[in-house]
Structures are given as C-alpha cells and as structure tokens.
Ligand binder design. Sequence first.
Ligand code: F6P
Length: 370
Amino acid sequence: MKRIGILTSGGDCPGLNCVIRAVVSHAILTYNWEVVGIPYATQGLQQRQTIPLSIHGWNLRGIDPLLNMGGTILGSINEGDTLAAAGEILSGYEALGLDALIAVGGDGSLKIIHELATMGNWHLVGIPKTIDNDVALTERSIGFDTAVNTIVDAINRLTFTAASHDRVMIVEVMGRTAGHLALHSGIAGGADVILIPEIPYTIQGICDHLKELRDTWKRKFAIVVVAEGATLCSEDLNNGHRVTVENIPDANIGSAKCGRGQYVAAQISNFAHGFDTRVSVLGHIQRGGIPSALDRLVATAFGKTAVDLVAQGKNHQMLAWQNGKVTSIPIESSLNQSPQLVDPKSDLVEIAHALGIYVGLTEKMTKVLV
Ligand code: F6P
C-alpha cells in the first residue's frame, strides 16, 4: 500500500478539483492506496500539513462538488522564493512519509517542484494546468478550454451592447507572453481584431481595418481582443521607416495592472476620429467558473494516468495531451523548453487572416519592414 500526496501550485484554474477527484478515486478504488492533499503547494510540505482525501466527498444531497467546482480545494501559491526553503520542504516530504507526489502546476511551478524532487529523490508525476496553455509539448493544459469559453461568453455579451451604440469594444484577456487565449477566443467569438504577443501590430493597421469595416462594409461596431502581452510596432506601417518591436512601457504583464487594452483604446481614439471606444478587462473572471466538459475530461484522464504512472514506478514524468489523447513524457523535455507560443504560421492564424480579421503584421509585412 502506498501513501501518495497531491498538490496544486501556481495560479488556480477551473478543472483542478477534477484532477484531485480522479487521482483520489483511482488510487483508492483500483490500488487501495492512501491519498493526502498538500495544502498551499510546497508551503504544505514545508509545514508538514496534509488534508485527508477520500472518495465520495459528496455533499448532503449526494452531489460530488469536486467535478464542477472551480478553484482548488487544496489552495495554491504562485509567489515567493520556494527554493530558499528547500531544506525544510525536503525534510517535510520525508516526515509526511510520502511514496510519491502528484504535482499539478504550470511550467514555472513544475520547474521548481521538479528541482526539489531531484534533490530529494522523490517519485514525481507532473500534470500541466494553466489558462495560458503555454506549457511546452502538450496541446492542452487544464483550465484553458474553460477560460476560452468564458471569454467567448463575454465577447457575445459585449457584441450586442457594442452594436447598439456603434462602439469599438476592446476586450483585454490574460495569457502572459502567449496569445492562445486571445486567438482561440477571438476567432470563436467573432472578433474583428486580435492582438497577440507573437505578432506585432500597428495602431494604423488597426484603424485602417476599422475604417474599412465601417466605410466599405457598413459595420458600425467592432470587437477588438487584446492579449495582455500584445506587442506593438514602434512605428507605423506607412512611414517607410525601420520598424522595431517594443513593449509598451506602462504595461505590466502578469498582474491586474495590465494596461494594453486601455492603451489600444486611447490610441485608436487619437489616431482615427469617430470611433467611440470602451474597454473591458476580463481579469481573474477568466480563472473562475465551472470547468467545461473538455477540461473535466482532460483533467480526469490526466489524474487517472498519473496514478497509473506511480503504480508502474515511472518517475519524473509529465502528462501531456497529444493528438487528441493523453500520453506521458519526461518532465524535463517539456520544462527545458521555452513556453509554448502561438506559431505565426499556424492554421489558426491563417484562418483568422482568411476571415478578414486583423491579427497584426503578416510575416510578409514584417519581413519588408524590419
Ligand atoms: O498564468 C495564468 C495567469 O492567469 C496569467 O494569464 C496572468 O497574467 C497571471 O496568471 C495573473 O496572475 P495573478 O493571479 O498573480 O494576478
């Protein structure tokens, strides 16, 4: 009989409780192991704390809340210098008598936990989660699908008010340095402009597109999706000068202080008269909510397979979603790579261009100008 621990680390997202549910059910029903939750990720190990977990944690009416509850019942942390407390964390792991640890996290937290696991010779299985979907070598991370659905829902709502008042609605979305959230939700939500970190944009490019929509196509409103890390070209397209890509100085990726939506709105108003802009920063709403069916399925498949990997003695593995199904890869092969970004030559970008969405400078334009 084994005693295994599970923790959730980094920013929360919908689907974390589904993984916990799958791990607990499979470990107990199939292998008859004991599963304990570690509260607040490595902090729980450091403080030698556990939360007992059992199957059928039903509420009074017999409903299992873990399946459709957002957040994480174990709590999480995404700040602080974890490695500074490595000694206490390693001795905490020993003291808790764990045979293996299943860690659910994004690339940042999985990297730290993997380092600890190597130092302490732990049996570690990692499960990728993040609404940003930027963990390398997995097509899906838990939480991404729900966040895309949340943004699409917001775009739907904003479309009707935009159309009623002939406005340009700017929707700022999360994603850090990756544009997956913006690109997926922008296409699915019917956006007219999608600005992502991987493809630089110009204000003139946006305004030309908005004018064309208004003057040629008689569209009186528009939806502009701006990723929090969207990249601006410092000079505009028509001036013939060299174009350099730079970040907007006042914007702060990775916190609620992001200002790129506001920046784009102000620039559109300055640059082209007659556009009435409004900004919605979706912020942490994107991290909340009931997990989508797809996130539940992925989380359940990851949780079940993680337990099997522990049973098979496979160490330092990470679950990944590849070609529509769950597989496992050495955790290092993912963590040694940079975050997975949108490929400007990908099918989705091509689809966006084909649909007449302004997605920033095309490869051809960038080559001419840079
Ligand atoms: O990585 C997930 C994420 O939601 C990013 O998209 C966002 O930039 C960041 O976390 C926000 O982090 P915090 O919860 O610390 O504000």
